[in-house]
Design a protein around this ligand. Structure first.
Ligand code: GDD
Ligand code: MN
Length: 407
């Protein structure tokens, strides 16, 4: 094997699974190191030297000799892997992998973790959009016992510098969609799309990972045994060279990834039965309010107002009734943490919008059932309310009364 090619790491094949044991390496014998930082690259030729220099300076200062950098390049057409390999002699803690059979950001990170020797596995982008100085805060959080430390754009000190309104909208939209489809995963952190984090090896060792696309963090939270999560705010910087590889394909991959995780994680794992029961009881009180007002407004023996107009008024009054009971009882443990009137108002508005969508669904189903299936307005109304209740519970649970489980 030529001198140059042995400066490249062997590329693991088969299952994407991190082992419990730290693979031994020739030049460190049995010494386990603290941090293995994987840098996935694709066409980063003009960034990679700077990235390695800055990361090495920073980590030589904080954990000298106790870390390694692993560049995993997917055979970039600009030969990023070649530039990285040329740096190995200058930076002994740098290791380089050139993948030619596989492609993809998430699988690149895991292949890097498979050859990693650290007890903490981490990932950072190779384009300096993730500020390296945040590493020390993430490391500190891990030393304080976190299983997972995530650099988040959506908490105090976080943000994105130069994203277009479209990208911001798409990123947030993707997050809301994920909260509805996979709340047990995306609801645990404020920035589930982050590609900048550290995880304890033991939390993901042995788990068969099946990532799709860019969102490696979803896979770690969805399939790992992660208990304590810490977050550090950071501002996503502008690129100085090269361009983002995110296209519409990453959004399709993201959706596929969500559905795959949803199907593979038990739908009832952690299902909030007690909350659902209370929400149902509150909903029943709302049915009573809804029916009473519907009777008072639309029955031929009372005001005899048109059915739809009466239904909308009855529905809105029932929504207000339900919000008060849910905020004070069903979700009391959550609303207790967010007592400010602005937070309460925000919750009421979210609840109202979601329930109004539920009311539209309710009116549609009422008219559908009343005009085409069962010509009894009260039976049709009950069926409509039942369907709208399931919608209201699920979406409110994920969006209105959501608290990320972060220290
Ligand atoms: N090996 C490999 N294979 N690396 C890749 C691939 C790939 O197929 N695609 C992208 N990369 C590398 C890029 O070279 C870069 O270092 C990093 O992954 C991020 O890719 P970008 O194309 O720059 O993504 P972005 O900046 O738009 O979004 C990044 O930041 C977001 C916020 O943290 C990504 O990390 C997103 O996943 C993340 O949500
Ligand atoms: Mn980038």
């Amino acid at each position: 094997m030529s001198e140059e090619s042995n400066l490249l790491l062997p590329v693991p094949t088969g299952q994407l699974q991190v082992s419990e044991y730290h693979p031994r390496s020739v030049n460190t014998g049995d010494k386990v190191i603290r941090l293995s930082l994987v840098i996935p690259t694709y066409k980063e030729r003009n960034n990679i030297q700077n990235v390695i220099r800055i990361l090495s300076l920073l980590l030589d200062e904080s954990i000298p000799g106790d870390y390694e950098l692993i560049v995993v390049d997917d055979d970039s057409p600009d030969c990023t892997w070649e530039v990285a390999r040329s740096l190995v002699t200058e930076y002994p803690q740098l290791r380089v992998m050139r993948r030619q059979q596989e492609r993809g950001l998430s699988s690149a990170v895991i292949r890097g973790w498979q050859v990693a020797r650290g007890e903490i596995l981490a990932v950072i982008d190779g384009d300096l959009q993730h500020p390296p100085e945040v590493l020390t805060q993430l490391l500190r959080a891990m030393e304080q016992g976190a299983d997972l430390a995530v650099a988040s754009r959506h908490i105090e000190g976080g943000g994105v510098s130069s994203w277009s309104v479209v990208r911001r909208f798409l990123s947030r939209g993707a997050q809301v969609l994920g909260l509805i489809i996979l709340p047990g995963v995306l609801g645990r952190v404020s920035d589930p799309m982050s590609g900048y984090f550290m995880v304890r090896r033991t939390c993901i060792a042995g788990a068969a990972l099946h990532p799709v696309g860019y969102k490696i963090l979803l896979e770690v939270i969805g399939r790992g045994k992660v208990r304590d999560i810490a977050e550090v705010g950071y501002v996503f910087c502008e690129r100085t060279a090269g361009e983002s590889k995110v296209t519409w394909k990453q959004y399709v991959d993201y959706l596929r990834h969500l559905l795959r995780l949803r199907l593979s994680t038990s739908p009832l794992r952690g299902f909030p039965f007690v909350r659902f029961f209370r929400f149902g009881l509150v909903g029943l009180s709302g049915v009573f309010v809804d029916m009473t007002v519907l009777y008072l407004l639309s029955d031929p023996t009372t005001l005899a107002l048109p059915l739809t107009r009466s239904k909308i008024i009855a529905g809105e009054i029932a929504i207000f009734n339900n919000f008060l009971w849910n905020d004070a009882w069903t979700f009391a443990d959550v609303s207790m943490q967010q007592q400010e009137w602005r937070q309460r108002l925000k919750r009421f508005l979210k609840f109202n919008i979601i329930c109004l969508a539920g009311l539209v669904l309710n009116v549609l189903v009422l008219n559908l059932v009343y005009n085409f299936l069962i010509p009894n307005r009260y039976v049709a109304n009950l069926i409509a309310i039942a369907i709208a209740t399931v919608w209201n519970f699920w979406v409110n649970l994920k969006l209105s009364w959501r608290v990320t489980q972060v220290k």
